[in-house]
Design a protein around this ligand. Structure first.
Ligand code: GTP
Ligand code: MG
Length: 384
């Protein structure tokens, strides 16, 4: 943790305007075709710099916009601002990660270039880090915050649903915000950063295991200049990102949940195939065998592709043999457990056979899951 960031006493002892911040700030701004906004944001940051006598650097992390952005930063004449042009590993989140890595000061701030995020809130955010907060978020969803009036219903709904889906990962009200501050030391310790899409704050909250995240209310202004890059494709990437984060945070529960969903899909496939074969007039035994055969293959493929995707570059034939073997042993376990229970715990009970069968199915499934998780798709020996 940093020593005091504040030169002159705690925040509530004096008005914010009088506080002098003596720790340098690195402000990271990911950009793509933001040439019109660059002079405006630099002027607002310069005003802030002078008001608070800040030591800061501003790094524009640009994905090779080629729209005059480089020249716009140079023309500002501010020696504390520079542009880093990126040609590899493009994308907003990676631009921020690269900027955080390149930063030279102990406090990191991330913000958009389109003036949606008020730079004037930065001192309050930095102040939060001076207490025990690990991250401070410029938030649209805490009391005192607001958004421009023309946020349509769909945009609002979209944002609410996205935030709700992240709720099991963090209680932060606005984890989707692109405006946040944290310590460089915490960033340097972060491991396994692997974001897809836009939600870099959420990625950092989960991967740094931040429990103390403070929120500062902001007024979120819609962009006036330039175009939004938040396309539908980006929004779909969020689902992929969420899946990764859930896997990271709740690995075992997620593997089991996905395994069960795949199992349920297998029931549907089985019945569909069986009915189709019956329609074309095959004998019952062949219909049953067809349903089982196809659903075993689809279950295997789905588990390999999704549930245990970390192992999908391993030998498919060996995995398939293991999968079928585990299923066969699972069936045997199910049969054995059912028989034993039928003759012991459930003996003489009405529906005793059905109850015994249900327990057998559960035991078989658990065996099957464990066999796949720890043997067929085990995590060791993953080829890089
Ligand atoms: N380096 C880099 N920056 C990006 C990329 N996509 C967007 N940005 C920047 O990230 C910030 C946020 O992007 P926006 O397009 O404003 O996305 P948004 O704020 O979610 O949506 P709107 O405000 O409605 O446009 C802006 O400063 C963009 O210039 C990218 O692929 N690479
Ligand atoms: Mg924006």
């Amino acid at each position: 943790m940093q020593d005091s960031l504040i030169e002159t006493g705690p925040a509530d002892a004096q008005p914010l305007a009088e506080i002098r911040l003596n720790t340098g700030l690195s402000i990271i701004i990911p950009t793509y075709k933001e040439v019109e906004n660059i002079p405006h944001i630099l002027n607002r940051l310069d005003a802030l710099r002078q008001n608070y006598n800040l030591t800061l650097e501003v790094l524009f992390m640009d994905d090779d916009s080629q729209d005059g952005s480089v020249e716009a930063v140079a023309a500002s004449g501010f020696d504390w601002a520079r542009m880093i042009v990126r040609t590899k590993n493009r994308g907003l989140s990676w631009a921020v990660i690269d900027g955080f890595s390149a930063a030279q000061y102990p406090i990191l701030v991330c913000m958009d270039c389109d003036l949606s995020h008020p730079p004037e809130k930065i001192p309050q955010m930095v102040l939060g880090l001076a207490t025990d907060q690990q991250m401070m978020v410029g938030s649209r969803y805490v009391p005192g915050a607001s958004t421009d009036d023309d946020w349509g219903f769909m945009r609002w709904l979209n944002s609410v649903v996205a935030t709700m889906l992240a709720r099991p990962l963090t209680s932060v009200r606005d984890p989707m915000s692109g405006f946040f501050a944290m310590r460089k030391a915490d960033f340097d310790r972060a491991q396994d950063l692997n974001p897809v899409g836009y939600k870099i704050a959420l990625e950092l909250i989960v991967k740094c295991a931040f429990g103390n995240v403070g929120e500062v209310p902001i007024h979120f202004t819609d962009r006036v200049h330039g175009e939004s890059k938040l396309t539908l494709k980006e929004q779909l990437k969020y689902i992929q990102h969420l899946r990764r984060l859930y896997l990271y945070r709740f690995a075992n529960a997620m593997y089991l949940a996905q395994f069960l969903v795949v199992g349920a899909s297998g029931v549907v496939v089985n019945l569909l195939v069986l009915s189709l074969l019956q329609l074309i007039g095959l004998p019952d035994a062949l219909c049953l065998a067809g349903g089982i055969g196809v659903s075993v293959v689809t279950n295997f493929m789905l588990n390999r592709r999704f549930t245990f995707s970390y192992a999908r570059d391993r030998n498919i034939a060996a995995q398939f043999a293991g999968f079928v073997g585990a299923s066969a042993i699972g069936v045997a376990v199910s049969f054995g457990v059912s028989l034993i229970l039928r003759e012991s715990a459930f003996e003489g009970m009405s529906y005793g056979l059905q109850l015994a069968a249900l327990c057998g199915i559960a035991a078989g499934m658990i065996f099957n899951y464990l066999g796949n998780r720890y043997f067929v798709f085990r995590k060791t020996h993953i080829r890089k």
